[in-house]
Design a binder for this molecule. Structure first.
Ligand code: TRP
Length: 455
């Protein structure tokens, strides 16, 4: 086991530990499930370009902002703002993050539950000799069922709750270090199979040949939402993780490595999926079921597909688990530290409430499909509100905090704590982005996406 220095609060043992844990939170269903289907819905390459642009221009500076706040304050999100800006309203960002975590985990656990079911289905060889239409029906009948998906969702939440209950930070860090590299190798294997399918070219064209005429205001807003969702940025996760990073660590390096790993995995997932989508004549805009319909199709056709299928969905669940643990941790640490609950009570309460909301979310795809908010069922609403509103709003608030309240001087101090100087150009560029570009850009994109202004 790696040596873990204790200084009252926990600390990551080394840079690999920090990056693996942060990447474990960032890399999850957002990359393997949400990225491909959202890309499919918003028309492919052009959407990806905008998403990449937002990841670099806004995502990286925001990850860095959160890390700076976290390491400076050495507190949870809510506590960090209370400490750095006492008596002010900034701590509300912590509340925003709390709601985001609640909403995300509710639908996230439903999808992770589907993954659990697909592990069992893979073991039982349930996809064999089914055509895309039959796989589609298999998936739709499953998610509309009132009982089965809930059972798997509960299994997943019990798993998440148990890990958080025992507070196995070490366990998470250690597991993530193994899971992530394996996931990477598996996706590469799938990519190789996908790009060698007959007709793969159309799929690759779809993602790598941008057609900007397909881009809509909602598409741009969703690209921003996807960038934030995938990075786990805008709700204080990196404030919490930043608080466990040693002073001699370079925050800039962490803020570059995590988005890089996250983006690479997302693109690789796209490359694994779209060639198959086109090769098998599935509509790219099929929505949340995309991965569950296309991948079983590839597995059937590849040598060793039986075993690959089990591995893939197992990793799907594990990648979801490393993200969901950090989501639950946000709620539990708030209940625990701010509402002064015992950690055990906090964990059980938070897990139960989220599981209940998740159950309703699952039912909203079948039994309760008729109950909608602005035309969206609960599942889609929770996803949309958290990714497109709460996380960008949180990101905007965090950038304003760093740019206007915390200020350049303190940022410089924090970034230079590891002993190496930071170049003036990088520092000024960063401050310029968080002070002006990020808040204005996020506001305009949101207003445009919501239809309040038109370009
Ligand atoms: N980024 C995660 C993924 O891509 C999902 C996520 C969104 C998340 N917000 C988060 C995870 C906050 C942990 C914390 O799947």
């Amino acid at each position: 086991m790696s040596k873990e220095r204790k200084t009252g609060r926990g600390e990551f043992s080394n840079r690999f530990g920090v990056i693996a844990a942060a990447a474990g939170s960032a890399i999850g269903l957002g990359n393997i499930w949400r990225f491909p289907y959202i890309t499919g819905e918003y028309g492919g390459g052009a959407f990806i370009c905008v998403y990449l642009f937002f990841t670099v221009a806004l995502g990286i500076p925001l990850v860095l902002s959160e890390l700076v706040i976290g390491r400076k304050a050495k507190k949870n999100t809510f506590g960090a703002f209370k400490k750095l800006a006492p008596g002010s309203f900034w701590k509300l960002i912590g509340i925003l993050g709390l709601f985001a975590a609640f909403f995300i985990l509710a639908f996230y656990s439903v999808v992770a539950g589907w993954g659990v079911n697909y592990v069992f289905a893979s073991v039982n060889d349930a996809f064999v000799s089914k055509n895309p239409g039959q796989l589609n029906d298999l998936f739709l009948n499953f998610i509309k069922d009132p009982y089965c998906p809930i059972l798997f969702q509960v299994i997943f939440m019990v798993l998440t709750g148990t890990i958080v209950f025992f507070g196995i930070k070490n366990g998470i860090e250690k597991n993530v270090k193994i899971i992530m590299p394996v996931l990477f190798v598996l996706i590469i294997a799938l990519d190789i199979r996908a790009v060698t399918l007959p007709g793969a070219k159309d799929g690759l064209n779809f993602i790598f040949n941008p057609d900007f005429s397909k881009l809509t205001a909602q598409g741009v807003m969703s690209a921003l939402g996807q960038a934030f969702f995938s990075l786990s940025v805008g709700m204080g996760i990196f404030i919490t993780y930043g608080s466990y990073i040693k002073d001699n660590e370079s925050l800039v390096k962490v803020s570059l490595s995590v988005p890089l790993a996250d983006t690479v995995i997302a693109i690789l997932a796209g490359v694994a999926i779209f060639p198959a989508v086109f090769a098998f004549g599935i509509a790219p805009g099929s929505g949340p079921g995309l991965v569950f319909i296309t991948l079983p199709n590839i597995f059937q056709q590849m040598p060793g597909g039986y075993i690959f299928s089990i591995f893939f969905f197992l990793l799907f669940v594990l990648a979801a688990l490393t993200s969901s643990i950090s989501l639950l941790e946000v709620v539990v640490s708030f209940f625990d530290e701010e509402l002064k609950m015992k950690r055990s009570v906090a964990t059980i309460l938070a897990t139960s409430i989220i599981t209940l909301l998740g159950m309703v979310c699952s039912l909203s795809l079948g039994l309760l499909n008729d109950y909608t908010f602005f035309g969206k069922n609960l599942f889609d609403s929770l996803d949309w509100v958290s990714s497109n509103l709460l996380m960008p709003a949180g990101g905007m608030a965090i950038s304003i905090f760093i740019g206007w309240k915390f200020g350049k001087f303190k940022v410089k101090n924090e970034l230079e704590k590891n002993g190496s100087g930071i170049s003036t150009v990088i520092l000024s560029g960063f401050i310029f982005i968080v002070k002006y570009v990020a808040p204005v850009a996020i506001l305009i994109i949101a207003l445009n996406g919501l239809g309040f202004i038109k370009f």
